[in-house]
Write a protein that binds this ligand. Structure first.
Ligand code: C2E
Ligand code: CA
Ligand code: CA
Ligand code: CA
Length: 279
């Protein structure tokens, strides 16, 4: 309609309208996705580097969009957060993750933990401890087999309320992991201030751990320091045998990444649990 204008203003407006429209469409689709059962959880194995077996899985959200195909969280999670849809969605995620982990246990696989990502918006809007309580009760999953992965961005501003949520979770026996560890300015101080059970060394360090001496030093120090504080260490994004060897040599407790297994549908992960030990 604006093709005769050469000053660019109309083009800019059209581009903006497209973006607004796209975002509104996404929001509309997102509102219907839960009731249409379009969400699912993928599970990525976590390996104990000492026992050399699967000790848990991280639940990763996927959205089977009717037109756009399988979407990963970076494509829609911010819209869910801004619209508040993250609250019912988060409730579904925690419920589904606990139900699945309870099934692993019923199937006789022993203590396999499930880790669930919780976004800052979810915690700030409150209600997480009650949601977790309900999911544990409904599924019968023991609290210590549920780990919530929180990011540092959560701890920057709202530290008092976050602290009380964490204490409530701890009192229930639920584990708390600090995700993307090392990417923020104050990772170390958070470790001192918050009751954290686990840190997850961010992929960006893991990817360069055998090629960049500085990153190797950081990873070694984080592992040593976490252990002195009684905190468990998981390395995420492990892609090569060299990375895994380095991490094992420096006593990283748990390894996660494409080398050991990609995120997979629930059936495939259950099948994986049935298999003999991974090399
Ligand atoms: P994250 O928590 O840091 O999750 C790790 C991401 O790295 C996942 O991407 C995973 O598929 C990917 N990954 C795993 N192993 C490797 C590897 O060896 N190499 C590389 N390059 N990548 C690997 P995904 O599933 O797309 O999730 C992206 C982010 O979305 C997550 O980052 C997390 O912040 C968020 N997210 C995922 N599931 C949920 C959820 O259920 N709730 C919320 N609130 N956020 C979620
Ligand atoms: Ca995570
Ligand atoms: Ca992470
Ligand atoms: Ca991340």
């Amino acid at each position: 309609a604006h093709e005769s204008h050469a000053n660019g203003v109309c083009y800019y407006t059209e581009g903006m309208n497209n973006r607004v429209l796209e975002r509104l469409t996404l929001e509309r689709d997102l509102r219907m996705a839960l009731s249409r059962d379009e969400f699912s959880l993928y599970f990525q194995p976590q390996f104990s580097s000492v026992e050399n077996r699967i000790v848990g899985a991280e639940a990763l959200l996927r959205w089977q969009h009717p037109q756009r195909g399988l979407l990963r969280p970076p494509e829609f999670i911010s819209v869910a957060e801004e619209t508040g849809l993250i609250v019912p969605l988060g409730e579904w995620i925690i419920g589904a993750a606990c139900a699945e982990a309870a099934r692993w246990r019923r199937d006789g696989h022993g203590a396999i933990a499930v880790a669930v990502n919780v976004s800052p918006a979810e915690v700030r809007r409150g209600g997480i401890p009650a949601v977790v309580r309900a999911a544990l009760d409904r599924s019968g999953l023991p609290a210590h087999l549920l780990e919530l992965e929180l990011t540092e961005t959560l701890m920057i501003d709202s530290s008092e309320s976050v602290l009380s949520v964490m204490r409530e979770l701890k009192n229930m026996g639920v584990k708390v992991a600090l995700d993307d560890f090392g990417t923020g300015y104050s990772s170390l101080s958070y470790l001192r201030r918050f009751p954290v059970d686990t840190v997850k060394i961010d992929q960006s360090f893991v990817h360069t751990v055998v090629t960049q001496a500085e990153d190797a030093s950081i990873v070694r120090s984080v592992i040593a320091m976490a252990h002195e504080l009684g905190v468990e260490v998981i390395a995420e994004g492990v892609e090569t045998p060299e990375q895994a060897a380095f991490l094992r040599r420096h006593h990283c407790d748990v390894l996660q990444g494409y080398l050991l297994g990609e995120p997979m549908v629930a059936d495939a992960f259950r099948h994986q649990l049935d298999q003999p030990v991974h090399p």
